[in-house]
Design a protein. Structure first.
Length: 214
């Protein structure tokens, strides 16, 4: 007995690879990386701090430094977090953890919950094409928010140990793959924070994709 499997095909936005399903899922092999199609479509962005590193403030700080990501109301996109990595470049760490903060801010511009945002143009994964992000991100400068609270600390990223520059203990790259588990819809803010104060400086990169809302 023979069976046939029939599946409805349609083309995603703007043509390209055949897609199926309401989420424009694609049938594809792994000739390319898992984010290749999104990067090729210009939807992948990243923000990297200075290679000299920045301190990661405690979660109650009102001035998160580096890798703040704000999807303002009316952006027209959902932000899917892809990856975060950090490596200590100088300074003494403390016993504690680095995690992700998230806050609902139903605003299209500055207001309650966020009063300053030093926006920096991120890097698009399709290098050199001049594609522009629809959300606001920062890798340095002044970002001012209402002090964070424990309930906004939503995900542990990695732990810290008091490693110093003269220590024989290596401080390797820390890397987190979110694998589609965190999405920031319009009206949300996310930033990286520590559970304790530390003077260690970390070179950091946050990568995300921007998916048009329907």
């Amino acid at each position: 007995m023979e069976f046939t499997l029939q599946m409805p095909f349609r083309f995603g936005r703007g043509g390209g690879e055949p897609a199926i399903g309401e989420e424009f899922e694609q049938l594809m092999d792994r000739l390319h990386g898992k984010h290749y199609q999104d990067a090729k479509a210009g939807r992948v962005f990243s923000q990297t701090t200075t290679p000299l590193g920045l301190a990661i403030p405690i979660y109650t700080s009102v001035t998160p430094l580096g890798n703040a990501l704000w999807n303002p109301t009316g952006s027209g996109v959902d932000v899917e977090l892809i990856n975060y990595n950090a490596v200590r470049v100088s300074g003494v760490e403390a016993f504690g953890a680095i995690g992700l903060m998230a806050r609902v801010i139903r605003l299209a511009s500055l207001g309650t919950g966020i009063t300053a945002f030093a926006e920096t143009a991120p890097i698009n994964g399709l290098i050199g094409e001049g594609l522009v992000s629809k959300v606001k991100s920062s890798n340095a400068g002044t970002v001012t928010v209402t002090a964070g609270v424990a309930a906004e600390y939503i995900r542990n990223l990695f732990g810290m140990l008091p490693v110093i520059d003269t220590s024989a203990v290596e401080s390797p790259l820390k890397e987190v793959d979110f694998d589609g588990t965190i999405i920031l819809p319009p009206g949300t803010l996310a930033w990286v924070a520590a559970t304790v104060a530390s003077v260690a400086l970390f070179a950091q990169t946050l990568t995300w994709k921007e998916i048009p809302r329907r």
